[in-house]
Design a protein around this ligand. Structure first.
Ligand code: IMP
Ligand code: MG
Length: 183
């Protein structure tokens, strides 16, 4: 699996340190509140688990699954809700936890959808952000790392459902996805 990685972009220790900082920031901002953290499946799972355990507040944790990519590395802009929430968001402070914001199309759709459920507040916490690829005007409230326009995998992020369990974030060798796109 590691031979498919061109370069380790963010090491495990650096990820864990930054996740702790984000959790500390959220703990201070939401003092006295019980926010609902929504993990967007499947990419946010390791980040969500580390982040929520480091937030010193009584949290509600829930999950949504959306599909926007299929097996491609490019966003289609078409979003489908595959799994919806169990909890109501009415008058709740909501934090959406994402693995990465790329074009922003997935998140724009999600935020519009969640806003219609009347939360008291709605914030976004993303591990990674690719500002140079943005097609819509969205800025995360909490952002782990800005990265360049490269396709990354690991710490939850996949290519065709692989590499999610790598403990670091790495750049995938281009041959891997260009080979597959020819099959
Ligand atoms: P967006 O709609 O273009 O912002 O895409 C967001 C989703 O695309 C993320 O939640 C990821 O699942 C996926 N994605 C975008 N960039 C990458 C990447 O570099 N590696 C793996 N998945 C990515
Ligand atoms: Mg994905």
């Amino acid at each position: 699996m590691k031979k498919d990685i061109q370069e380790v972009l963010i090491k495990e220790e650096v990820l864990h340190q930054r996740v702790k900082e984000l959790a500390a920031e959220i703990t201070v901002t939401y003092q006295g509140k019980s926010p609902v953290c929504i993990g967007i499946l499947k990419g946010s799972v390791p980040f969500f688990a580390d982040l929520t355990r480091a937030i010193a507040l009584p949290l509600y944790c829930d999950y949504m699954a959306v599909s926007s990519y299929g097996q491609s590395t490019k966003s289609s802009g078409t979003v489908k809700i595959l799994k919806d929430l169990d909890v109501s968001l009415e008058n709740k402070d909501v934090i959406v936890v994402e693995d990465i914001i790329d074009t922003g199309l997935t998140l724009q759709y999600l935020l519009d959808n969640l806003r219609s459920r009347c939360p008291a507040s709605l914030a976004v916490c993303t591990l990674l952000n690719k500002p140079s690829r943005r097609l819509v005007d969205i800025t995360p409230d909490y952002n782990g790392f800005n990265i360049a326009d490269v396709f990354v995998v690991g710490y939850g992020l996949d290519y065709a459902e692989k590499y999610r369990n790598l403990p670091f974030v790495g750049v995938l060798r281009e041959e891997i996805y260009s080979e597959n796109s020819l099959k």
